[in-house]
Design a protein around this ligand. Sequence first.
Ligand SMILES: Nc1nc2c(ncn2[C@@H]2O[C@H](COP(=O)(O)OP(=O)(O)OP(=O)(O)O)[C@@H](O)[C@H]2O)c(=O)[nH]1
Ligand SMILES: [Mg+2]
Ligand SMILES: [Zn+2]
Length: 307
Amino acid sequence: MTGRVIKITGRTFHVKLSDEIVLCTVRGSVKEKAEFELSPVVVGDDVNIETDPNPPSEGELRTGVITEVLPRRTYFAKRKTTLRKERQQLIAANIDQMIAVASVKAPPFRMRLIDRFIITALRGGMQPVVVINKIDLKHNIDLDRTKAIYNSINIDVILTSVSEGLGIDKLKEKLKAKESVIVGQSGTGKSSLLNAIQPGLKLRTGKVSDKTGKGKHTTTVVELFPLDCGGYVVDTPGLRALGLSSINRQDIDQFYSEIADVSKHCRFSDCSHSVEPDCAVIKAVRSGKIFPERYESYIRILQEIGK
Ligand SMILES: Nc1nc2c(ncn2[C@@H]2O[C@H](COP(=O)(O)OP(=O)(O)OP(=O)(O)O)[C@@H](O)[C@H]2O)c(=O)[nH]1
Ligand SMILES: [Mg+2]
Ligand SMILES: [Zn+2]
């Protein structure tokens, strides 16, 4: 039987078949063969299962075991550094789009982190969307410019305020008839936004610490929720940082396509676009063809991945 993992609580995987939910464990061979050893099975995975022959007691769900994970159409993975080595941890699979939620303040706005979320989404085949929340708070972010920067690379930016009900309809429109994974730093208001879109979800939300300006990692369980408007969402626990270890030059060039295009005209084919003469990228930044914010983000990420 084939089903879909819609929720994970501890070691129990809730697998949805056409007309019932089966509570499953994972067979050892699945863990051994896993592409991502830290997360052999994630929310959104299509899986084959075997159900236990004994019927469940009255009012209980059937139980079973996941015997195979089917190939993933898309994925969102973060880097996890353990004592010994760096590994990739999957967060969700087979989801259409990633909604990166930032806030203008509390926690502070970090464009670099948004860029990392976008690169990670593109790498896993997901369409990225940016949400900037808490626009009711006093801040000094140039929202029009930020919008222009992302729009120039065909990424939508939605400005929202849960407290004042701004932009909620726009976000709802974006979630319609699609599956979305909601990511972002802890405390940016991911769960609050989903509750505003659909109060029945009653997701737990938490105060941002006044001292550190950081969220408290209120959301802990990953689950795929159906929306009344026809879409599905996965709310995720906040990520404080997002490492890019398995990202290669091609992934980078996909996100910075306007820079990759211009760089074909640099004098040196291995130009680092920093100190070389006749660098077409630096020229384009000076003439206003490329946003300086994009250039800086690009150079930083190249330095980080050591290319
Ligand atoms: N001023 C203001 N506060 C907001 C807004 N949206 C959410 N908050 C507050 O921000 C805090 C964190 O909200 P959550 O929804 O729990 O944040 P989260 O992103 O789900 O956090 P994690 O689950 O820890 O990742 C709560 O105190 C919310 O009330 C907003 O638009 N404006
Ligand atoms: Mg949350
Ligand atoms: Zn160059």
